[in-house]
Design a protein around this ligand. Structure first.
Ligand code: SF4
Length: 427
């Protein structure tokens, strides 16, 4: 079997969890051996902390019998809050699933943050403030519908509170809030979409495109993993960033699953062709933390790029597809049984499981990124301190709020990197 064929099989097995030597199985076995310093294969990175009891059943794409009738309803402008690198998937969801026009927000500015701060309670978690700024700008740009996701913590209340604040400010709009119908899972969300957005959506077409959208999220996360692992070692500065942006642009232009796959393949080929100066044993740092702040570049002041600019190989198991599509709370918690007995919050189990796994894999350090006031991630800190002591892996705790300064962050990151590099050299 060729290398490419082996890699393809590995990725497929890992996604389905079908064989004991799938990527997840291999990663876990390696971790149990506690082999320090073993490099992680590109394909195994996102599956670092997963174990599955049962194989995942493949969900067939529904076949369309009739041609889908498009544009039978008034075009509606739909906006989603700014979040990390998921904009192409949000666009696909709005245009291909909801059958509406996507209102893409420009890059966030200082004003966005100010709008969010002025119209939020002081004590609310910081992502709420970022989203408030996004919503106000979206409504100023003419959005008719705002899409808010649900969540198992305070995030579940964001939608209703933000809707009320925006109505009090005098805006007229519809909020598609996925906290409604959350207890009925996908069926509940489907009903919410039909009720709120468009009762005439062709359901088979919508389901097919929703599956394609989930597929795109997984591929975006895979591409980001590759980017984080290699972007810090480019020979010519800025090439990786340009390749990443090109991939994002191509993903934004897709309308079908086949186009998504083609855009991903082209984007990955471009990134793989970039010449690197990567040492055999670079400084490796894992990022764990809260779902919004640890991933979103705007909220964490470009944490990924800052670490990569220092020549760090970065890994982050936490992402949208690992948290939602491939997530198995009980299995993951079993891997940290000596540290946590209960589920402590939306990302706590993943934070601890990923931290332990990075430690077992010989990572040099860990960055824990969260926003001010995130109770579930605050609860993780004492456990992370234990993991840090047990495995002698330093942890940098970063708490972001709307006042966090770029210079202060840079100083802490540089000091952390210097300490890790010296420790590595001394070894
Ligand atoms: S995860 Fe943390 S920051 Fe996010 S909504 Fe929940 S409590 Fe707030």
């Amino acid at each position: 079997m060729t290398d490419d064929a082996q890699k393809a099989n590995l990725t497929q097995d890992a996604a389905q969890g079908t064989t004991p030597d799938s990527a997840s199985g291999m990663a876990c076995a390696r971790a149990e051996d506690a082999t320090v310093g073993v490099p992680i294969s590109d394909d195994a990175r996102t599956q670092v902390v997963f174990q599955r009891d049962e194989p995942r059943r493949a969900i067939p794409f529904p076949r369309l019998k009739k041609k889908v009738k498009r544009d039978r309803h008034k075009r509606t402008k739909v906006s989603v809050f700014r979040y990390a690198y998921y904009d192409p998937a949000f666009k696909f969801f709005v245009e291909q699933v909801l059958d509406c026009d996507y209102l893409q927000l420009p890059k966030a500015t200082k004003r966005t943050m100010e709008l969010g701060i002025q119209n939020s309670s002081d004590y609310v978690c910081t992502p709420f403030k970022h989203m408030m700024g996004d919503w106000i700008e979206a409504l100023e740009l003419g959005a008719d519908i705002l899409v808010q996701v649900g969540g198992p913590c305070r995030l579940g209340y964001y939608g209703e509170m933000q809707e009320q604040i925006l109505r009090d400010m005098g805006y007229d709009f519809t909020m598609l809030n996925f906290s409604h119908g959350i207890e009925q899972g996908y069926v509940g969300w489907g009903k919410e979409v039909l009720r709120t957005v468009n009762p005439d959506i062709a359901i088979p077409h919508g389901v097919k495109q929703l599956l394609a959208c989930g597929h795109m999220l997984t591929l975006l996360d895979q591409a980001r993993d590759f980017y984080l692992a290699n972007g810090g070692f480019e020979r010519e500065r800025g090439v990786y960033r340009r390749a990443w942006e090109a991939l994002m642009d191509e993903m934004r232009a897709t309308t079908t699953k086949a186009e998504i796959d083609a855009a991903f393949t082209r984007g990955m080929e471009r990134m793989r062709e970039i010449p690197l100066n990567k040492p055999a044993d670079p400084v490796r740092i894992g990022i764990v933390g809260e779902l919004y702040t640890a991933i979103d570049e705007n909220s964490n002041l470009g944490l990924d790029e800052k670490l990569m600019d220092m020549g760090v190989e970065v890994a982050r198991t936490l992402n949208f597809s690992n948290r939602y599509t491939h997530y198995h709370e009980e299995n993951m918690r079993r891997t940290i049984a000596e540290y946590a007995e209960y589920d402590m919050g939306p990302t706590s189990t993943m934070t601890l499981a990923a931290a332990k796994k990075y430690a077992q894999l010989g990572f040099d350090g860990l960055v824990h990124a969260k926003c001010a006031g995130c109770t579930p991630e605050i609860d993780c800190i004492p456990v992370l301190q234990r993991i840090s002591e047990d495995f002698h892996m330093p942890v940098l705790y970063l708490t972001y709020d709307t006042e966090t300064s770029d210079t202060g962050l840079m100083t802490r990151l540089e000091a952390f990197y210097d300490m890790l590099a010296m420790k590595k050299e001394a070894k």
